[in-house]
Design a protein around this ligand. Sequence first.
Ligand code: NA7
Length: 545
Amino acid sequence: MSQTIEQAATADADGGTYDVIIIGAGVSGMRQLMLLREKGLSVRVLEGGGDIGGTWYWNRYPGARLDSETYTYQYAFDEELLAEWDWKELFAGQPELLDYFNRVADKHDLRRDISFNTTVEKMEFNEEANNWTVHARDGVVLTAKYVISATGVLSALNFPDIPGLDTFEGEWHHTGAWPHEEVDFTGKKVIVIGTGATGIQVITEVAKTADHLTVFQRTPNWAIPLRNRPLSAEEMAEIRKTYPTLFPHLQTTSSGFIHQADPTTSTDVPREERLAHYEHLYSQPGFAKWVGVYHDIATDAEANKEYGAFIERKIRERVTDPKIADLLVPTDHLFGTKRVPCETNYFETYNRDNVELISLKESPILEYTAKGVRTADGEVEADILIIATGFEAFTGALNRIDIRGKGGLTLKEKWQYGPLTYMGVQVADFPNLFIMGGPHGKGGHGNSPRCSEKPLEWVADFVGYLAANGIERVEADPEAEKEWSEWVYEVASHLLQAGANTYVYGDNIPGRPRAYLAYAGTLPDFVKKLDDSAADDYAGFTLSK
Ligand code: NA7
């Protein structure tokens, strides 16, 4: 039987010295723990939440669901679990995913090495001892030779800069910190702010039971049908047979998705054939319509516009009121230049009598009030307010910890004009700190568990090597960091994405300097860079005894 959460939370929250501290017990942190245990290292995981699961622990809002095919998202390493776990849906919802990750945590007895409700607030590198002092909530202080941050790229909540939230007398929730108890919308007036992937999921669900739903939209998104469906036992058996080849195959795709960019250039195909192909793609599940389209849609504006016009026609066919459809069709960014939200009857939701769409472009929000939200056009009342305004992506979770490296330099200072890393895994002047799922790396992006799989193994091997060889300090070389940072921009410069207002450039956070935050190279290319460095005695890092 597994340890209870309470037992685990108090197991070792107060002090201790470890080989490795991992920050975060989400999908990456859990796997990192398992891999480091295999190296015989002492490891403590510090987790701010009350249990494991990361994204799937926090994002419990109605409608929270995968946009990667479920069977491509699970851990690949545990053959026994692969053999026995039956997924219920092609794109699993949050409850099923959390059940799965709990099963993994129980099976591998992970909780004994995790301190829950232990938010890391500060950490300092000790230059003489070559280790980190880590301060967590409630005065908990621990020491570790190495720290690995597995804090997630979409975990630091973004609250809009709107005054008066404390005056609102109803119930409010950010989707990324949703309560564990069910929120009942029956007979309630509800407001949702935000129409990103999250807003689109929650709006569709809440509209089904709320008395009245008002959606505040700042920018419309190119949403596409998810086409979810239940998986039968027979289908699961068929899928299971593919595992030996599926997981290696996914490592060859650009971002770990089952869909791969079509190498055909769209203009090489006659227009009629192209449009028939777009119809076919539109009937397919998930990101077939984004990741699986002709490759030049991501790089050629004219090719992209034709595909966008096709998607626009689909949106307009589904929305009864042409004026509402006008508001729902994106005009500020090209198709696919932001991560494309997947939806189930989202556009039809605006045909319901109980749903109203307010465009904040025409009617900006001025403040929260006791009864709801005041816009330039007047007050909209609500019993429940849902804030679906996303995250300070990629760097937010790290920047919210006071991380002090050599000479007291803070990571926030170092990154004030944008992140600088070496392969996304280390930062010069921050020795013995590894980043798993931050800016400028591939871990935690795309189909996240697939993109993290090899980087997690690589970090575990590296730390195991350092420990076995009595290395006291490992640090990225400033020159390697500079070259990598330039390479990150070089790869990204070929994409139309640069023209979009997107969290991938930090555009969603007012005052944040525009800087590319992701890594646009392919997964195999990224893994090769890591492996090449390792094969060349960890080129780009300085290792000192
Ligand atoms: P996103 O994609 O960042 O969406 C946030 C939404 O909130 C988006 O519609 C924003 O409009 C809106 N927003 C943000 N700030 C404000 C303010 N101040 N006022 C009004 N509206 C605002 O986050 P999600 O959580 O939906 O999705 C994140 C990822 O999670 C997604 O890509 C999937 O991979 C899973 P904007 O577009 O900025 O005008």
